[in-house]
Design a protein around this ligand. Structure first.
Ligand code: UT7
Length: 335
């Protein structure tokens, strides 16, 4: 039997920080509204005049992960990048990252599963490792939201929520079931809710060309969200996903040392913790500082937890995410 072990982790946040009050120069909002409803105090956004792309953020996180793993880039067998904000519509951001890393020839795969993207990505890596196909896989979650937000009052319900950032892990094969490893991943989707959180355009579903002046004029190029629906479903699905992981592994909630949930809204995570009945000190949140970085929230959270000493070797870690699609899932990791 093969298992996958996370042996290295890295992350990167753009330098520029936008506090809630800074956003008032762009739109009609307030620190009080944002903090009360979401717990967000600030977010990192790339310099809008720079040419920094999602693959650049991914590269910095990936280099950190490889360094901490002591794995040379030439040893990698596969690159998986989860993102909803690719450098370009095609080819995938994993291809751009692969070129920047300088490891041509190995497969490079994009995962477009939104906030659950990182969990889908490590699940894919885990399956390739378990079957013995690959031994060393780089998995990255990276987003640049700031270039795609409507930063006017009209788009304030979405634009205050999102930040830029990247996180990466290196996963390697091990034969030892008792070593630190990914114990399980559980993935779900319900496409009936696809339009509860989505970007209408560019669209190959017509009518007409995939991008039109009307798309731009009407704001169809910006994300649209039914916030209340997302909130309600997230608060239900994330506890379900955690319980599913526990049942599959024969653990109970008290066995878990640390919960690192997706960071969409602090109030969602408080509700999830309450429903599960888990103590606050076991839940590690970063949303106050990093906001919602979609596919990057979980690796960023794991790395930050490690950095501040909340995550230690041997700990049992439960992660869960919910987002657009709707997609949701969980991963249980012996760190
Ligand atoms: O991974 C992404 C997944 N997304 C989520 O998980 C988000 C889940 N949903 C939520 O977190 C909440 O629905 C929000 C925080 C997005 C919104 O909270 P809400 O309590 O559902 O607010 P609302 O959309 O009902 O808006 C309430 C009021 C409205 O004004 P009126 O119509 O009551 O006068 C909005 O126009 O708040 C207004 N508003 C704002 N005011 C100041 C909306 N956005 C803002 C803003 N600043 N940024």
């Amino acid at each position: 039997m093969k298992y996958s072990r996370i042996v290295g982790i890295g992350s990167y946040l753009p330098e520029k920080v936008w506090r809630n009050d800074d956003l008032r120069a762009l739109m009609d909002t307030s620190d009080e509204w944002i903090q009360q409803r979401t717990g967000i105090k600030q977010r990192h956004w790339v310099d809008q005049d720079s040419t920094e792309g999602t693959s650049d953020l991914a590269l910095k996180a990936a280099v950190g992960a490889l360094e901490s793993a002591g794995v040379a880039k030439e040893e990698l067998d596969l690159i998986v990048v989860a993102t909803v904000s690719p450098d370009h519509e095609f080819p995938g951001t994993a291809c751009f990252l692969q070129a920047k890393l300088g490891v041509s020839g190995i497969p490079a795969l994009d995962v477009r599963q939104q906030c659950t993207g990182f969990l889908y990505a490590i699940s894919i890596a885990d399956q390739f490792i378990r079957t013995g196909t690959y031994k060393k896989v780089l998995v990255v979650g990276a987003e640049i939201h700031s270039r795609g937000l409507d930063k006017t009052t009209e788009g304030r319900d979405m634009s205050v929520l999102f930040g830029d950032g990247a996180g990466a892990v290196v996963m390697v094969a091990t034969d030892d079931p008792n070593s630190s490893r990914v114990l399980s991943t559980h993935l779900h989707a319900d496409g009936r809710f696809a339009k509860e959180l989505w970007i209408p355009a560019p669209s190959n579903a017509g009518p007409g060309p995939r991008i039109t002046e009307e798309h731009v004029r009407s704001g169809a190029i910006y994300g649209k969200m039914n916030g209340k629906s997302v909130f309600v479903h997230a608060a239900k699905r994330m506890p379900e996903a955690v319980n599913e992981a526990l049942a599959a592994n024969g653990f109970s909630l008290s066995d878990i040392d640390l919960f690192v949930f997706h960071q969409a809204n602090l109030r969602i995570n408080e509700m999830v913790a309450k429903q599960l009945g888990i103590p606050e000190e076991k839940v590690f949140n970063t949303i106050d500082r990093f906001a919602n970085t979609t596919a990057a929230t979980i690796p960023l959270g794991l790395h930050e937890a490690l950095r501040v000493g909340k995550l230690k070797p041997g700990m049992l870690v439960a992660t869960a995410a919910f987002g657009s699609g709707f997609t949701w899932g969980s991963a249980l990791i012996r760190w």
